[in-house]
Design a protein around this ligand. Sequence first.
Ligand code: ZN
Length: 262
Amino acid sequence: MTSPHTYQAQGIAIKQTKFGEADKIVTVYTLEFGKLKAVAKGACRPGSKLGGNVEPPNYSLLMLAKGRNLDIITQSQTIDGFSGLKGNLWCLSCGSYILELIDVFTTEGSPNQPLFDLLLDTLKNLSPSNGDETLLRYFELHLLNHLGYRPQLRRCVVCNAALKRGANFFSPSEGGVLCPGCNRVEFTSRAISIDALKVLRLWQDCNYPTASRVKMSSKLSSELRQLVQEYITYLLQREVKSMAWLEQLRRGITVDSNCGVN
Ligand SMILES: [Zn+2]
């Protein structure tokens, strides 16, 4: 079966790079085809409507033409520009982190509707009135679910024993929780508190409104962040750039309860 010369896709721009004098190569996470790269001609010219429509994290309806190497975006129409997160450094930085995770965890031409829906819902929920880190943890955990890296949190990932209250350990290399007996042979693991285990188990299987109702101390929030991000770093075998930037923001400036930056 031959492909038609032109096709349509709805997608969220996740990355752009300048290409030649006036063009851009845009990486888009689409509902229909997963990640794809295409050329947006003239997108760097001042006032280019196409340039604005493919600016990350814009969600657009795109018309594309098959090209010899890269396909070409011929038309675009913005569906959602996520204006709620623009103009807020913390929210924009969270958005960049989310887009980077999608980029580094996906390959071109592998559609994944649950992952597309998760990305879209997360960007919609990311706003100055919804600025705590639960949204990021929820996104990370469900991204891992949709890509086949769901951590095992119910039983010991090595011996399959039921986990008891008290000392347990999370192992990035085993992809789940170890009982104290199995932790003796594991060097990359870290202790996981019973509260962290409870919250992660809940978040793995609930919807976002339920997840967002969990109230927690900053200590627990920090434990969850470190644990999930260590797992992500292990899977990728490298640091996510925007993860380090978010950490700088956390340390360097005060983020108030409304996600605004003081
Ligand atoms: Zn065990």
